[in-house]
Ligand binder design. Structure first.
Ligand code: AMP
Ligand code: MG
Length: 334
C-alpha cells in the first residue's frame, strides 16, 4: 500500500512509532490524525485503528490497512452526546435515553444518519444509518477532546484476525500500516468489542452484536413491571438487506482449528480453560464471565502463537457477557 502520510518530525516514513500514551504522545496522535494519518489507540473494549471520520482519504486508509471489505461499515467515536447529535438523528424512541444512560461506555447505537452530517461516505458503507458511541477509556477521550472531528475506529487488526487487547497485538498484524501506536498497556478492561443495538421506530431494539453491555438485563431493568417497549430481537435481515453487514460468520480467527465445549485437551491442543476446566491459558478460574471476556483475546493470541497446531476451549455459560464470548468463539471456530 502506498504511504500517503508524511509529516515533519516523523522519524521514518514506514516505521510504526510506539509511544507510552501520555499527554505529549496524545498531542502527537492528534497532529497525525489531523493530517490524515492512522493511529492505534487503546479503548475499554479493544485497541482501535483511528482515522478522522470526515476525510475520505483517511478513512480509505483504514480499509486498506486492515484489508477490510468495503461493505463493512465503521463505528464512529465521539466525545459526547452533543457531538453525536451532529451525526445521527436521536429522535428515535429510546435513543437519547440509552445514550445518556450508557455513555461513555461499550454500547454502540445504530441510528439514522443525520442529513448533511460531515462523514466520509465509506464510514457508513453507503448505509442511511450510522453506528456511533462515546468511549470511556481516558486515552481515547483525551484524544477526542484534542481534535475537532469524530474518529472512525474499527479494531486495530487485519480483517478476520483476533482483535487486539495489547499494543503488541496491534503490531503483530498492522506493523508499518499505522503511523503511531499509543501504548496504554493492558487498557482494555472489557476486552470485547462493544454491544451494537439498532433502534427501530416501532420501539424495538435489535441486537446486532452482543458485547460487554448486557442488553437483555438493561431492557428488563428499564421496563420491569411496565408495558414492554417492544422486545429485543437478534440481528437479522430487513427485507433483502443484510442488517449488520460486517457480522461475518468467520472472524476473530487465530489461524488454527478451534474445538469448542472441550472438557479437556488432546495432546496436540492448546487448551483455553474456564472454571473447573483447566488450561494453558485461563479465562477465569473463579468462573467470572466479565473476567473471562477481558482475557479472551489474550488467550486466543497466546493460542495462535503456541507450538500446538490446534486449540480447544472449555464450555462457557451462555448468559450475560457469556453470550458475547460465545459469539466470538463460534466465529473464531468457523
Ligand atoms: P468493528 O468496527 O469491526 O467493531 O465493526 C463494526 C460493526 O458495526 C460492523 O461490522 C457492522 O456490523 C456494524 N455497523 C457499523 N455501522 C453500521 C450500520 N450503519 N448499520 C448496521 N451495522 C453497522
Ligand atoms: Mg474488528
Amino acid at each position: 500500500m502506498p504511504r500517503a502520510y508524511s509529516a515533519s518530525g516523523m522519524s521514518s516514513k514506514n516505521a510504526t512509532e510506539m509511544l507510552f500514551a501520555d499527554t505529549a504522545a496524545i498531542e502527537r496522535a492528534a497532529r497525525i490524525l489531523k493530517e490524515g494519518g492512522l493511529v492505534a489507540v487503546p479503548t475499554e473494549t479493544v485497541y482501535g485503528l483511528a482515522a478522522r471520520a470526515d476525510d475520505p482519504k483517511a478513512v480509505a486508509r483504514i480499509y486498506a490497512a486492515k484489508s477490510r471489505p468495503e461493505i463493512n461499515p465503521l463505528i464512529v467515536h465521539v466525545r459526547d452526546l452533543d457531538q453525536a447529535r451532529e451525526l445521527a438523528d436521536f429522535d428515535v424512541v429510546d435513543a437519547e435515553m440509552l445514550a445518556k444512560r450508557c455513555w461513555p461506555g461499550p454500547l454502540t447505537l445504530v441510528l439514522p444518519l443525520k442529513r448533511g452530517a460531515n462523514l466520509a461516505p465509506a464510514v457508513t458503507a453507503g448505509l442511511p444509518t450510522v453506528a456511533i458511541r462515546v468511549p470511556e477509556h481516558p486515552v481515547i477521550r483525551e484524544l477526542l477532546a484534542k481534535v475537532p472531528f469524530p474518529l472512525a475506529a474499527p479494531s486495530a487488526n487485519r480483517s478476520g484476525y483476533v482483535s487486539p487487547t495489547h499494543p503488541s497485538h496491534v503490531r503483530a498484524t498492522l506493523d508499518r500500516q499505522v503511523e503511531l501506536v499509543l501504548d496504554g498497556g493492558d487498557a482494555c478492561k472489557e476486552g470485547l468489542e462493544s454491544t451494537i443495538v439498532a433502534i427501530r421506530s416501532n420501539r424495538q431494539w435489535v441486537e446486532l452484536r452482543p458485547g460487554p453491555l448486557d442488553l437483555n438485563a438493561l431492557h428488563d431493568e428499564l421496563y420491569e413491571g411496565m408495558d414492554k417497549q417492544g422486545p429485543i430481537t437478534r440481528k437479522g435481515r430487513v427485507g433483502e438487506t443484510l442488517e449488520a453487514p460486517g457480522q461475518m460468520a468467520s472472524h476473530y480467527s487465530p489461524g488454527k482449528p478451534v474445538r469448542l465445549n472441550a472438557m479437556d485437551a488432546r495432546s496436540d491442543e492448546f487448551m483455553i480453560g474456564f472454571q473447573q476446566y483447566g488450561g494453558d491459558c485461563m479465562l477465569s478460574k473463579s468462573g467470572d464471565l466479565v473476567e473471562a471476556a477481558a482475557h479472551l483475546y489474550d488467550c486466543l493470541h497466546a493460542a495462535a502463537a503456541s507450538m500446538k497446531p490446534r486449540i480447544a476451549v472449555a464450555p462457557i455459560p451462555d448468559e450475560g457477557v457469556g453470550r458475547a464470548i460465545n459469539d466470538r468463539l463460534r466465529r473464531a471456530a468457523a
